[in-house]
Write a protein that binds this ligand. Sequence first.
Ligand code: HEC
Length: 243
Amino acid sequence: MNTFKKLVAAALLLVMPAVALASGAAVHLDQAPVNLEDQASLQRGAKLFTSRCLACHAAASMRYNRLNDIGLSDEQIKTDLGLPEDTKVGDTMQAAMDAGSAKLAYGVAPPDLSVIARSRSADWLYTYLRSFYVDANRPSGWNNTAFPNVGMPHVLADLQGEQHLVVEAHDGHETHKLELAAPGSMTTAEYDATAGDLVNYLVFMGEPAKLVRYKLGMIVLGFLAVLFVLVFALKKEIWRDIH
Ligand code: HEC
């Protein structure tokens, strides 16, 4: 019994930090509408990413021509994505602004976003992109409930509009919620869909080989199905004389 108690205590000690961490991440995350088979969404996300994010962030593990995998031709990559003049489709995605100047301007160097969907999760990104609010106390004029005191300004504010943080006191505890104070060019539903496209693209970018793996998985299943039929026929053949 004693050892049993010790074991239970040890197990609890192992689990506790995980529970504490989970509850520490007090931000509620909304579920990102990720669908790697939706090429139109991935293409919209790619366009948004190259036109809105590469100004500051790089995605150095990503080459433009990997966008062939989501159905964009080399010609479309060159003409539709608004790439800088001298960019070749075989180039990796570099930031327009160098890291040093960006650090001076925003206080923090914008990190490379190649694998951000893996380090932060799709749901976190989806929540983050929809959680900017106006905050006069921040140098950029913006803050974010998913990433308090973030150095990044709300670069999609023209689309989403301006949100304000509303803090309400309910006997003893506070609730925080974001309210749209001035609308942007999109409705909330349109902006959510746009953020969804962007996150879908970030997930694809974090692991472009996933699409290849899906195809490979289907081929393997097909092969196993054929193999099963052959082996079954073989088994019948072998046992025919015995039965
Ligand atoms: C004007 C420059 C600028 C642009 C444009 C920009 N960002 Fe940022 N971003 C930053 C800076 C600076 C940080 C670092 C913030 C910090 O750590 O406080 C950052 C941080 C982030 C982070 C958090 C990274 C982490 O885990 O620490 C994500 C995610 C992100 N940006 C996504 C995007 C996306 C997606 C776009 C395009 C819609 C974009 N950014 C456009 C400047 C920019």
